[in-house]
Write a protein that binds this ligand. Structure first.
Ligand code: ATP
Ligand code: MG
Length: 217
């Protein structure tokens, strides 16, 4: 993709960011679960920006039927455009390689100056799986992590897991209780395939985008 990425804009504007949240995901499609945790964490931690990073080629979904990255990028843009604190980055979409979070964080850390504190935002299911992520021992020391609770997919011993990770890797991982939204992209794709309503699970603009482009049929 050749158009200007939102990160280029951030760099050009050279705004005085101190705390930036990074929200990674496949976003196939983005839904209110993602948006609620991002907004709640932004407010709670007084973040200057949240950057949504749609996964290019997610390593855990290589065999899965993931939608074209352009569609996922556009849906993420549509969903976030009304929030002045949200940006979308193409950083993982500009390459054909598998997108590992450690590579993305390394690139982002180079973009922001050293005094910018980065917070990587995940759901509880992702943090419980993080030891399977590439170079986890380095990854979890690169920035602060915030794990949002997630109904249905939450490990019963999330707090224990977080403590164990902090102790093992000397990392900063915080748990964040967010209003429970039992929404998942998997369920939304399934509903579309079966002709069921997806209204109120995700922004209307994204709903219309899905129908317009015949996604998930
Ligand atoms: P899929 O079902 O395709 O895996 P998903 O709904 O889990 O999709 P992802 O794009 O995989 O969405 O998730 C991106 C991040 O958002 C992950 O860290 C995930 O844990 C978190 N997340 C997704 N949905 C929720 C939710 N309803 N509540 C809290 N966290 C969520
Ligand atoms: Mg998921």
């Amino acid at each position: 993709m050749t158009s200007i990425s939102s990160l280029d804009i951030i760099q050009r504007e050279n705004r005085d960011f101190k705390k930036v949240g990074i929200m990674g995901g496949t976003f196939d499609p983005i839904h209110y679960g993602h948006l609620v945790i991002a907004e709640q964490i932004r407010c709670e931690y007084q973040l200057d920006k949240i950057i949504f990073v749609p996964a290019g080629n997610p390593p855990h979904k290589l065999d899965a039927d993931v939608s074209n990255s352009k569609h996922r990028y556009f849906m993420t843009l549509l969903a976030t455009v009304t929030n002045p604190f949200f940006e979308v980055s193409k950083i993982e979409m500009e390459e054909d390689e598998i997108s590992y979070t450690i590579h993305t964080l390394t690139k982002l850390k180079k973009i922001f100056s050293e005094d910018v504190q980065l917070f990587f935002i995940t759901g509880a299911d992702a943090i419980c799986d993080i030891e399977n992520w590439k170079d986890v021992e380095v990854l979890v020391t690169m920035c602060d992590f915030i794990a949002a609770t997630r109904p249905g997919l939450e490990s019963p011993n999330l707090e224990e897991k977080i403590q164990q990770l902090q102790h093992k890797y000397n990392s900063s991982i915080r748990k964040m209780d967010v209003p429970a939204l039992a929404i998942s992209s998997t369920d939304i794709r399934c509903r579309v395939r079966e002709g069921q309503s997806i209204k109120y699970l995700l922004p209307e603009s994204v709903e219309y985008y899905i129908y317009k482009h015949g996604l998930y049929r």
